[in-house]
Write a new protein. Sequence first.
Length: 91
Amino acid sequence: METKSSLVGVNRFARECVRRRISERLDLVITNALIIDWSGIYKADIASISKNGNPDIMFSVLSSLILGSATEFIAGEKLFITAGAINTHIH
């Protein structure tokens, strides 16, 4: 059984996005994370919580979500993404 990194698919469209757009590229993309918030639990890729990719070649993609050569990728397997919280009860 062949196993592939979760970033293989991301790298495929990343190369295409780098060639297409120059301005307003993403700084960080988190892939395969488990997002937990008040509305539920979601398995997703994060680049602004929405569908990401190249709007020139993919349907229903926001044009503001463009990857650049400096875009950092974090593999989110075994990670939880939650809303930030502040613990005001300090000893």
